[in-house]
Design a protein around this ligand. Structure first.
Ligand code: SF4
Length: 500
């Protein structure tokens, strides 16, 4: 969809306009001169220092016009980025209102296009705003629906019950460990995941680098007296390595990391059921790994085949039951709404199957077309449900979780997510994943170790974020793990200089 934008020459406003446009149409292209655009939107901006007023008018091809306007006061002490943000939000407000009228599509998330809406909620709470004022702000300035504001409020309340000291955890860190191997590659996947078969050499060298990183980071944390809040093994599929390799890795963790007994939660993604064995579950038990993920994604066999997950539905159920029998009492399962070929009936079936297992937590994702996935490259091959159906499936997930005692405890959004919806983590009472809360709310540093592991360094006082990524492919990781470790330690030294 090409949209001709008139009256906005400042390039800093083009990105928010594009993001809002993408909520309504696939791949919006903005143009700034008359031509072959299908829509024309003209803005009039009056900025008198402490008051900004924006009017907008959309002219459709049939000659019909849609208009909207918004005024916002801007406190005189606000300048730079803070002031610009208010102007951008006002412009987005006007643009969204016009496009909602024109298309008849109501965006429940209003003008919020960011990944972590609850982080903004926490920020306002930390600044001292009351629940009522936050609600009013989201509704009047961001055009959010009551439903989504209530969802955020429930999540924030729940997070503070699970992590009462959330606001003061910036002096600890969490650790993410990336293991980039999987039995096969799924069609929608953009994670660093390399089919493991025939790669033993590469796995062995990768693990050598990983042990090194764990030792060095562990040594640094011990020297500084910094504790670890949570550890998360992801990837890839961390259970795709052998039981012996897992055993040595957890032994390394216990030896290298400070005060392992104080770590609040250790999660291992056992995402693909085809990697789970009795032997590996024994190892997880041996090292007191208290949370695992076994991910069905769907209970429809044809869907699993279509997305390239080479395991059966029965295998998911069998491995889940095996994990249960062997004492695993905190199991997460993931489902995805909108997988190719699936509609409401199929999703309801997956929910009904989940009811038979009752995992401690259930993460409900909405399919997103990520740029680098096989599915996006061959989009025409995959038939996905309509916006309306996706939204109904999400409603079914909300009702089902409520009826079965699950409560939402974290959420995040993605670009190109079907129906502009969200991914929500639900958990039974007391079973929320602390790591998921930490990664979403960005209240402490997460050190990424291993392949494709992204570190997010958060300054303990200013909360300023610095990103650092380890390479995604095992070869580059093997060639440079010492360098990446050193770089991270340099950043950590700066961040925690007050600990010297
Ligand atoms: S199991 Fe997960 S990480 Fe591995 S290929 Fe599939 S989606 Fe990607």
């Amino acid at each position: 969809m090409k949209i001709y934008i008139k009256g906005i020459d400042d390039e800093r406003f083009h990105r928010p306009l594009r993001l809002i446009g993408n909520l309504f149409f696939e791949e919006t292209e903005l143009c700034f001169s008359e031509g072959e655009a299908s829509l024309e939107v003209e803005f009039f901006m009056k900025d008198s220092g402490e008051l900004i007023e924006i009017n907008g008018r959309l002219r459709a091809e049939d000659g019909k016009e849609y208009v909207a306007s918004k005024q916002r006061n801007i406190a005189s002490h606000l300048e730079g980025k803070d002031r610009l943000r208010i102007v951008k939000n006002t412009l987005s407000y006007v643009y969204l209102t016009i496009l909602q009228d024109f298309t008849g599509i109501i965006q429940k998330w209003g003008i919020l296009t960011g990944i972590r809406p609850t982080k903004l909620y926490h920020k306002k709470r930390q600044e001292g705003m009351s629940e009522q004022d936050i609600h009013k702000m989201f509704k009047e300035e961001y055009l959010l629906s009551d439903e989504k504001i209530d969802l955020m409020q429930q999540i924030v309340t729940r997070q503070l019950q699970t992590v009462p000291d959330l606001d003061s955890l910036s002096n600890e860190v969490s650790i993410y460990i990336g293991i980039p191997f999987c039995p096969t590659k799924c069609a929608y996947c953009t994670f660093p995941a390399y089919a493991i078969n025939g790669r033993q050499g590469s796995v062995t060298s990768f693990l050598g680098g990983l042990h090194y990183e764990m030792r060095e980071i562990g040594k640094w944390l011990k020297n500084k007296g910094i504790n670890i809040t949570t550890v998360y093994y992801g990837g890839g599929t961390p259970t795709s390595i052998s039981a012996e390799e897992m055993d040595m890795l957890y032994e390394e963790m216990v030896e290298s990391f400070p005060h392992v007994e104080k770590i609040r939660e250790i999660t291992v993604e056992a995402g693909r059921p085809d990697t789970i064995t009795k032997e590996k579950l024994d190892i997880l038990n041996k090292w007191n790994i208290d949370r695992i993920s076994i991910n069905p994604q769907s209970y429809i066999q044809d869907t699993l085949k279509a997305i390239g997950r080479h395991h059966t539905v029965e295998e998911t159920i069998e491995k889940y039951q095996l994990a249960r029998q062997m004492g695993m009492n905190n199991i997460n399962m993931d489902l995805i709404i909108g997988l190719p070929g699936e509609g409401i009936e199929e999703f309801d079936y997956s929910l009904a199957e989940t009811a038979k297992l009752m995992p401690e937590s259930l993460t409900v994702h909405t399919l997103s077309f990520k740029r680098a996935s096989e599915m996006t490259r061959n989009k025409h091959k995959y038939k996905v449900a309509s916006r309306d159906e996706i939204s109904k499936m999400m409603d079914h997930a909300v009702t089902w979780t409520k009826e079965h005692g699950y409560k939402p405890y974290y959420l995040y959004r993605q670009k190109n997510i079907l129906g502009n919806l969200e991914n929500v983590g639900y958990a039974l009472e007391g079973q929320d994943s602390i790591y998921n809360i930490m990664i979403m709310e960005e209240q402490q540093t997460i050190i990424g170790i291993g392949c494709g592991a992204a570190s997010k360094f958060i300054h303990p006082e200013t909360m300023k974020i610095t990103h650092f990524a380890n390479p995604k492919d095992p070869k580059s990781y093997n060639d440079g793990f010492e360098h990446y470790t050193e770089e991270k330690i340099k950043i950590l030294d700066n961040l925690f200089a007050h600990k010297d």
